[in-house]
Design a protein around this ligand. Structure first.
Ligand SMILES: CC(C)(COP(=O)(O)OP(=O)(O)OC[C@H]1O[C@@H](n2cnc3c(N)ncnc32)[C@H](O)[C@@H]1OP(=O)(O)O)[C@@H](O)C(=O)NCCC(=O)NCCS
Length: 170
């Protein structure tokens, strides 16, 4: 069985390889520092029975963000104050050996669940993500992320879509 845990010393960060050196380095060198400093939080997917150092099969990082509402969607902006808060999915990656097995999807659903915890406590209009390229953009679009009009590779998942997605993944 897989489970999702807050990144900790017991996880094998050095052994993780998703094929993108930038994302590997973030996990190895930056993710725990960011957590200590309150910049972001990273969550890893591991095998429940693994012993430390536990191999990391995939991870994502989240941070609180502020957005100009006019950059979201012109239709929505009229109903919102100028500055609104959301949650940024800063990173999402799956180990090369585990890609195309649904782990990315599992991590996205978990990120939506984390968003809802924040939403229920402090609000937020949705999840934001900077796709690293057109391939990643297409990947996010299939889960309901919509491109932001202002930025080519930035996408937004509205809270309404998150509620609907989680209702079908209880
Ligand atoms: C992109 C990534 C996170 C996807 O994770 P994954 O576990 O391989 O993907 P999943 O198995 O959840 O895929 C779900 C669906 O997306 C599709 N898909 C997978 N990778 C895709 C990609 N790069 N582009 C478009 N669609 C993709 C799959 O076909 C699958 O659909 P299907 O099962 O109905 O056929 C993973 O490949 C990865 O870590 N890549 C390297 C790092 C990266 O690009 N991260 C994105 C950061 S912006």
């Amino acid at each position: 069985m897989h489970k999702i845990e807050l990144l900790a010393k017991s996880h094998d960060r050095d052994g993780f390889d998703c094929g993108s050196e930038l994302l590997n380095l973030f996990l190895r060198q930056t993710a725990r520092q960011h957590a200590d400093r309150g910049i972001s939080r990273s969550f890893v997917l591991v095998d429940e029975d693994a012993t430390a150092p536990k191999p990391i099969l995939g991870f994502f990082s989240l941070n609180i963000c502020q957005i100009k509402s006019e950059s979201v969607t012109p239709g929505e902006a009229k109903k919102l104050p100028r500055d609104v808060s959301g949650v940024r999915l800063g990173r999402l990656a799956v180990a090369k050996s585990c890609q195309r097995q649904g782990i990315g999807k599992t991590l996205l659903v978990a990120a939506m669940g984390k968003f809802l915890e924040i939403f229920n406590t402090a609000g937020g209009i949705g999840l934001f993500v900077d796709a690293k390229d057109q391939d990643a953009k297409r990947y996010y679009e299939q889960f309901g992320f919509v491109p932001m009009p202002s930025k080519e590779l930035e996408l937004f998942l509205p809270v309404k879509t998150i509620h609907e997605a989680l209702a079908s993944h209880p």
